[in-house]
Every structure is written in structure tokens, then in C-alpha cells.
Design a binder for this molecule. Structure first.
Ligand code: GRF
Length: 210
């Protein structure tokens, strides 16, 4: 059984989709063992509490350094037996120490077709504004492994959506989010079933049996 920690800072709609998939038996080999947020008001914490899942509010503020915060996160993970980490709208960059400890075991979702429209500063509505401003015909969602660079690690799954001429950033965001809600649980299922292998030379996902 894959013990997963979900980290988020906001609404938590992706977390809700993942949790529903698990509750419906669609990811039989995974369970959520911890939900962490840096924001005490995050919707993700409310959803977790309503489902009686272990919840921790962990903000960097009381810690003297980023390293101390990273160590606190790692001890919390260890205490809960975390084997795999899912970033579901987590707005804080993970310290390289955390990334190293969970190499190839941290997933993120990004609301565009990476490597396009990713990187520092490309988050939330800014992504969709940029896609529309560029006149793109397609956008989509990407699930990828997390490495030390923003939105850069090996891509696990991507799904495209059409951008219509009358789309606004808000309408495009809604279309992409709907796709995310199916794509993220599916990516987690692949990991839970051991169907994802990362080629360490190319840093690409080389086997993703769908
Ligand atoms: C999503 O758009 C996701 O792509 C991005 O953060 C947002 C999280 O939304 N990484 P939610 O909190 O899951 O509703």
C-alpha cells in the first residue's frame, strides 16, 4: 500500500478528486496518510478534516531557516510513514533536501502543457492569461515528477483541451481543472501499481503502461 501525503495551499479540488478516486476503489493500492498545508485556512484542510484524515498545518514562519522547515516536514513525513508526496496546489517551493529525500516520489500538477507556460511566476490565472494572449489553440494539464527546478521534472501524463476563440482565462481555467481532476488520480494509480519507471540518464518516464 502506497502511503501518500498530500500538500496544498488552496481550495483542494484536486485533493477532493484524488480522495474520491481512492474512496471509490479506483486506486486500490494507495491511501492518504497525511494532509499538510502551509495555510491554516486552506480548503484542503477542511476536506481532510471532514474525512477524518490526519492533518497538519505547517508554515515556515516559526522556523529560523528554510532548512529547519524542511527538516520539520521530513520528520512529519517519517512520523506518518509517508512514502509518496502529492502537491495539489501547494504554493511553496519544496526545499532541495525534501526533493532529494523523495527523489522520483513527488508529483505535481500544472495547468498547462509543460514545458510550455511553466516556470517561476507561471501559476494560477497567469498561466491561462498567457495562453490566451499567445492565441494558442490548445492548452491542457500536466502531471510531472518534481525536481529542483520549477515545473521541470519528468512528465508522467498530459491531457490537451481546446482553447476556443471566445474562451476567457476563467473559462479556460475551468476546462483545464476538469481535466486535472481525472488526470491526477490516474497518475497516482500508475505509481501505486508500480507502472512508472524513470530513466535516470534521460530523466524521462520510460514506461507508463496505461
Ligand atoms: C490547480 O490549477 C493546479 O494545476 C495548480 O494549483 C491548482 C490547485 O487547485 N497546481 P485546487 O486547490 O486543487 O483546486
Amino acid at each position: 500500500m502506497l502511503n501518500i501525503a498530500v500538500l496544498g495551499s488552496g481550495t483542494g479540488s484536486n485533493f477532493r478528486a484524488i480522495l474520491s478516486a481512492i474512496q471509490q476503489g479506483k486506486i486500490p493500492r494507495a491511501r492518504i496518510c497525511l494532509v499538510v498545508s502551509n495555510n491554516s485556512n486552506a480548503g484542503i484542510l477542511e476536506i481532510a478534516r471532514a474525512n477524518s484524515l490526519p492533518v497538519i498545518h505547517l508554515s515556515q514562519k516559526p522556523f529560523e531557516s528554510e532548512e529547519d522547515f524542511a527538516d520539520a516536514l521530513l520528520s512529519t513525513f517519517a512520523a506518518h510513514g509517508v512514502m509518496f508526496v502529492v502537491l495539489a496546489g501547494y504554493m511553496k517551493r519544496l526545499h532541495p533536501r525534501v526533493i532529494a529525500a523523495y527523489r522520483n516520489r513527488i508529483l505535481n500538477i500544472h495547468p498547462a502543457l509543460l514545458p510550455a507556460y511553466g516556470g517561476q511566476g507561471m501559476y494560477g490565472m497567469r498561466v491561462h492569461q498567457a495562453v490566451i494572449a499567445a492565441g494558442e489553440k490548445y492548452s491542457g494539464a500536466t502531471v510531472h515528477l518534481v525536481d529542483e527546478e520549477y515545473d521541470h521534472g519528468p512528465i508522467v501524463l498530459q491531457q490537451r483541451v481546446d482553447v476556443s476563440p471566445d474562451d476567457t482565462p476563467e473559462s479556460l481555467a475551468a476546462k483545464v481543472l476538469a481535466v486535472e481532476h481525472a488526470l491526477f488520480p490516474e497518475a497516482i494509480r500508475l505509481f501505486a501499481e508500480g507502472k512508472v519507471v524513470v530513466d535516470e540518464t534521460s530523466r524521462e518516464v520510460v514506461r507508463s503502461a496505461l
